[in-house]
Design a protein around this ligand. Sequence first.
Ligand SMILES: C[S@@+](CC[C@H](N)C(=O)[O-])C[C@H]1O[C@@H](n2cnc3c(N)ncnc32)[C@H](O)[C@@H]1O
Length: 250
Amino acid sequence: MSKDSAAQFNEYASLYDDVTGLLSKDIVVPSVLRTIGEVEGLSIFDFGCGTGVYCRFLKERGAGRVVGYDLAEGMVNFARRRAEKDALNITFISQLGPDLSGQFDLVLAVYVMPYATSENELQAMCADMVGLLRPGGRLVTLPIHPSYDPRPSYYEPYGFRLIAENLETPHTNGGRVKLQFCKNGEQGAVFAWYWSAASLERALGQAGLQSLTWRNLAAPAYATLDKAPKELHAYLQKPHSIIIQGVRAG
Ligand SMILES: C[S@@+](CC[C@H](N)C(=O)[O-])C[C@H]1O[C@@H](n2cnc3c(N)ncnc32)[C@H](O)[C@@H]1O
């Protein structure tokens, strides 16, 4: 995503900071935190941090150095103010510097890969993410699920619609997808790009990430799907995102 297209996020800070909806509260946030595991003392870089929701969760759980990075100035400003309000020592930046390379135990990138507009950009983004890790450090990232449900209304109960530009071939590598918000009366949309599993793995592999694993989003508070609230079932059967993790080669 270029600096210009980052602007598409500036006006949606309050929407992204709200983690009280079903999807965030019961599925995405707990799945991400469970995948990350213990963070005590870890140095963590949140790539495409948005309003810094994960930075705050991780700092509150005992992480050491936490840096949030986002190209959209509106997001970074919101994130900084929000963390200050909670007296959390988190650094927020809107530019990557060479001094950061190889510094982090964990890089988190939630919903950022979909904003690479071309395969070259995807590779450059992955190189940036992996370059921030120390050898042996871990990347946790959430792209669009390669098998997301292409029916535009499918995710409406969860506050958004995913509308492929070409509805007849929604799972085309590099295809543009409109992400339309329909939550709390908010209207708006941003554009994202669909990347196949092969493209995602290739870009991460070329960046030097090894031992890639894919993990489905779940509702960790419930032992089995049938124990989860009924309104979550459709999402859990066809989640719009998935977790990929891997380790930087030593
Ligand atoms: C969908 S939001 C997710 C924000 C946050 N990770 C979360 O889950 O709440 C995607 C964010 O990624 C940022 N972004 C997209 N491409 C980026 C890039 N190449 N470098 C840094 N930030 C980027 C956008 O500005 C936006 O704030």
